[in-house]
Design a protein around this ligand. Structure first.
Ligand SMILES: *[C@@H]1O[C@H](CO)[C@@H](O)[C@H](O)[C@H]1NC(C)=O
Ligand SMILES: *[C@@H]1O[C@H](CO)[C@@H](O)[C@H](O)[C@H]1NC(C)=O
Ligand SMILES: *[C@@H]1O[C@H](CO)[C@@H](O)[C@H](O)[C@H]1NC(C)=O
Ligand SMILES: *[C@@H]1O[C@H](CO)[C@@H](O)[C@H](O)[C@H]1NC(C)=O
Ligand SMILES: *[C@@H]1O[C@H](CO)[C@@H](O)[C@H](O)[C@H]1NC(C)=O
Ligand SMILES: *[C@@H]1O[C@H](CO)[C@@H](O)[C@H](O)[C@H]1NC(C)=O
Ligand SMILES: *[C@@H]1O[C@H](CO)[C@@H](O)[C@H](O)[C@H]1NC(C)=O
Ligand SMILES: *[C@@H]1O[C@H](CO)[C@@H](O)[C@H](O)[C@H]1NC(C)=O
Ligand SMILES: *[C@@H]1O[C@H](CO)[C@@H](O)[C@H](O)[C@H]1NC(C)=O
Ligand SMILES: *[C@@H]1O[C@H](CO)[C@@H](O)[C@H](O)[C@H]1NC(C)=O
Length: 757
């Protein structure tokens, strides 16, 4: 183990109390942190900052070059799904699609490839991965950009995404910190006529969550991100408990920098900074020149309202990822013009196709309708099957009044846009397959077929059908209906179902005994208008899949890929089943829902979902050997309720120790090879005051037909702990823990108990 270095934690007008947290009554204090693989970067940063004048430090923390230490400001862009506005870049799946794979190594590979493209286009930082919104409400417009509605899954995915980016030599900037749960009223909208700037009648909403909710339901994944090496964290636009997130000392100084020992810098989301000193003293480290410049900060230093130590700390934190990633020793490629022929795509298309097919969940498959076996004729329905006007860097914001997109949808809006150099639509992919197989196609991909004169398409040979969805549906053996749902940054959802789409599906189903529905959606999409229709024999459901979307879908439809993705959110039967709608008031109190996000709310209130969190079918079947076994227990670790380890980036080191292991065997009992995502849910002792069951382990295992495989769930101390508000610690409860193994949050196959004495 490396020696601890003394990390100066600057509470800036706050002091470190005996509990290890900043309090409102004192000066700065030191925090002992074992910086692990940041230690050398810390030494280099301290040494470099020691040579700088205060004016240079101010340049450093406000995005300007500092020639004396060869520092060039970071260049950053949004785009966990690829660069936003360039030619010759790859359009990757949205983050929510990556989470839906439940495959950490694939997530890491995907983000690594994204990072390589950023590097190749001259960038040093990605504004991502994105972890908040966490999913308080399914109407939240940006869940498509995030890693699912369960904190454990999101945390594992966040860590792997962070590692992938970091290993590509790019700074991962985790966002948004914190409680940025909706787009509506996320910031003031100002009106300006050059003479005056006045806020319009809305205000940045305040997310008011208690300390337990904050820790257990929202902060959790940031532990994983910081442990995995986040170099930056983006504070959010919204307020928390009435104060802007970027100006809340408890959030930045205490929670992020002390409890999690985050060693990098905090940077604001657009318009997240509101004052010079409020932000600096709350723990923001990188800011705008309009707030942070020699005219504002030098007088503040002189009169003590900003301490010298805090300014040094800000400068050091800005340099930490610079040295850690060796950016000081590299020649970063130049940032080319958007259309310049700098091709950074490599063979990432293969990865995008693989990830896309791994992200598609099979929800329904009556009598093994899928995979398709050489269907004689196929009808293709819905505009989501074909291309429409959209191209590299299209800001989908222009279409924000729409809730669906009249063409194949492969990315979302705002920071969820990508810049495809082409796209494979389902129509394109089906066409090649039909040519190979000799399948007869019919296609009705426009919503309004009444514009086609009936006589123009009525034949006389007995082969023609009425040019309507019903007519075409009744003329083919297999019907494929494609639908999507759109939302994005700045635009929450106004619906979770779409009436014209549902009508199209029903019309086709009433006329076609083999109707298969394919959905690409930004979040939960209700299916109850038609899901029980006997002619709807199969349903595929996924997020937005990037440029290879059509190939990925066809790979699953025809069985080249056996589906293995599981839902990352609950699909309810009705809107009213979800905990809360979008908050329209200035204060958003997280009281009714508190820690009960997604399936935890459905479990707590005994609400039957249509498809539960974790659900997903396969073309094969899996059997679990039950009950599961407890194969390892560290009794001496469990005997100690509170972590006692040294602080490392990611919290106290022993929070990460494996304290128990649960095992089971899974057998592929069907006649196809395939992968199963085995899931572990934990019921806590009463003392912990936790939801009915929570995901605390998963493993995706690939098994050949007939093969039996061992699944092991390692439980870390933190996985069995609750946040004790009084003690301000993660505490292992005393009592009976029950460990459930299953194929979803409701398809539980067996359990085993253990009493922590
Ligand atoms: C950092 O500096 C300290 C004090 O000078 C030294 O003890 C330590 O070995 C250095 N660590 C690294 C990783 O360079
Ligand atoms: C803001 O409110 C005032 C009255 O309270 C009203 O006159 C004005 O039209 C409102 N502005 C907007 C943009 O809604
Ligand atoms: C929030 O946004 C809605 C819709 O734009 C608006 O009607 C409402 O006044 C806003 N509320 C606040 C508190 O700003
Ligand atoms: C917000 O207020 C609640 C209730 O007082 C408190 O538990 C919580 O810690 C506060 N959150 C932050 C980030 O200060
Ligand atoms: C110190 O200087 C800053 C920056 O000029 C100013 O905003 C602040 O009010 C001053 N504080 C005191 C106590 O004089
Ligand atoms: C599925 O197969 C069963 C048994 O062959 C049959 O009774 C049932 O009608 C089939 N269902 C559909 C929707 O085809
Ligand atoms: C199912 O499709 C067939 C046409 O193949 C149709 O006759 C039947 O009415 C449909 N069933 C329902 C419930 O709509
Ligand atoms: C479904 O949800 C909507 C919107 O919350 C509500 O108005 C309606 O009553 C609900 N319907 C049922 C059957 O619960
Ligand atoms: C599945 O597992 C159960 C319990 O482990 C066992 O009783 C059953 O025979 C198995 N079924 C098959 C088809 O292997
Ligand atoms: C069990 O936990 C203790 C205390 O956390 C630790 O020192 C020990 O190394 C662990 N034992 C094993 C076998 O992991």
């Amino acid at each position: 183990m490396r020696p601890s270095v003394s990390w100066k934690l600057f509470c800036a007008g706050w002091a470190l109390a005996s509990t290890g947290f900043c309090t409102s009554s004192g000066l700065l204090a030191d925090l002992q942190v074992d910086l692990q693989d940041w230690a050398s970067a810390y030494n280099q940063s301290v040494a470099a900052v020691a040579t700088l004048s205060n004016t240079d430090k101010i340049r450093l923390i406000s995005g300007q070059s500092v020639p004396s230490i060869n520092f060039e400001p970071y260049t950053s862009d949004d785009g966990s799904q690829g660069l936003e506005s360039f030619f010759y870049v790859t359009s990757f799946p949205e983050s929510s699609a990556m989470a839906q794979t439940w495959d950490p190594e694939l997530i890491k590979a995907n983000f690594h490839a994204v990072g390589q493209e950023f590097y190749g286009k001259g960038y040093t930082m990605i504004n991502g991965p994105t972890i908040g919104p966490q999913g308080r409400t399914p109407w939240s417009g940006r869940l498509v950009e995030t890693l699912g509605q369960d904190v454990y899954l999101a945390g594992i995915a966040f860590a792997h995404a962070t590692e992938g980016i970091r290993e590509a030599g790019i700074i991962p900037c985790g966002k948004h910190f914190l409680l940025n749960e909706q787009e509506t009223n996320r910031s003031e909208v100002y009106w300006s006529n050059n003479a005056v700037t006045v806020p319009l009648n809305n205000t940045a909403y305040s997310s008011n969550a208690d300390d337990k909710t904050l820790h257990e339901a929202y902060l959790w994944p940031f532990y994983d991100g910081v442990k995995a090496g986040l170099g930056a964290v983006m504070c959010a636009m919204n307020r928390v408990n009435g104060t802007y997130a970027c100006e809340t000392p408890n959030l930045l100084n205490n929670v992020l920098k002390t409890e999690l020992a985050f060693p990098g810098f905090v940077t604001p989301d657009t318009s997240g900074q509101h004052t010079a000193l409020g932000s600096a003293n709350a723990g923001m480290d990188f800011g705008a020149t309009s707030f942070w410049n020699p005219q504002t900060l030098l007088p503040a230093l002189a009169n003590g309202s900003l301490s010298q130590a805090r300014l040094n700390d800000m400068a050091i934190r800005n340099l930490m990822p610079y040295f850690q990633l060796g950016l000081n020793t590299k020649t970063i490629p130049p940032n080319p013009p958007a259309t310049a022929p700098v091709d950074v795509r490599a063979n990432h298309r293969a990865l995008v196709r693989k990830a896309g097919s791994a992200a598609i969940t099979l929800l329904k498959n009556t009598n093994n309708t899928l995979p398709l076996h050489n269907p004689p004729s196929i009808g293709i329905f819905g505009s989501h099957a074909r291309p429409t006007l959209i191209g590299p860097g299209t800001t989908m914001d222009d279409v924000h009044t729409h809730t669906t997109w009249p063409g194949h949808l492969i990315f979302s809006g705002g920071s969820g846009i990508s810049s495809p150099s082409y796209q494979i639509t389902p129509y394109d992919a089906l066409l090649s397959k039909a040519l190979q197989d000799g399948t007869q196609l019919m296609w009705a991909m426009d919503g309004d077929l009444s514009i086609i004169p009936y006589t123009a398409v009525t034949g006389t040979m007995g082969t023609s059908a009425a040019p309507t969805f019903a007519g075409y549906a009744s003329a083919v053996s297999t019907c494929l209906v494609f639908i999507n749902a759109w939302s994005g940054e700045g635009h929450d959802r106004s619906e979770l179902r779409n009436i014209p789409q549902d009508k199209m599906i029903l019309t086709v189903a009433q006329n076609c005994a083999n109707t298969i529905v394919v959905i690409n959606t930004v979040g939960a999409r209700l299916l109850d208008a038609w899901i029980d229709h006997p002619n709807i024999t199969a349903v595929l459901y996924s997020s937005l899949l990037g440029e290879q979307s059509g190939n990925a879908i066809i790979d699953v439809l025809y069985g080249a890929v056996n589906p293995s993705a599981k839902l990352i959110h609950t699909i309810a039967r009705n809107e009213s089943d979800y905990p809360v709608p979008i908050c329209m008031t200035a204060d958003c109190d997280f009281t009714q829902d508190n820690v009960y996000l997604d399936y935890k709310y459905f479990d707590a209130h005994n609400i039957t979902p249509r498809y539960e969190f974790g659900f997903g079918l396969s073309y094969t079947t899996f059997n679990y050997s039950v009950p599961p076994a407890i194969s390892y227990v560290n009794d001496s670790a469990l005997a100690q309720p509170i972590p006692t380890g040294e602080l490392i980036p990611g919290g106290k080191a022993d929070l990460w120790d494996e304290v128990m292991r649960i095992t089971t065997y899974i057998t592929n009992t069907g006649d196809r090879d395939g992968a199963e995502v085995a899931q572990l849910y934990v019921s806590f002792p009463e003392e912990a005051d936790q939801p009915v069951r929570q995901l605390r382990g998963f493993q995706k295992v690939f098994l050949r037909s007939g093969e039996k495989g061992l699944v092991e769930f390692g439980l870390r101390r933190r996985d069995l702990s609750f946040w004790d508000v009084g003690r301000q610690e993660w505490v292992l409860a005393r009592g009976v823990y029950r460990f459930w193994v299953g194929a979803s949050s409701r398809d539980l196959r067996g359990w085993v108990e253990y009493v922590v004495a």
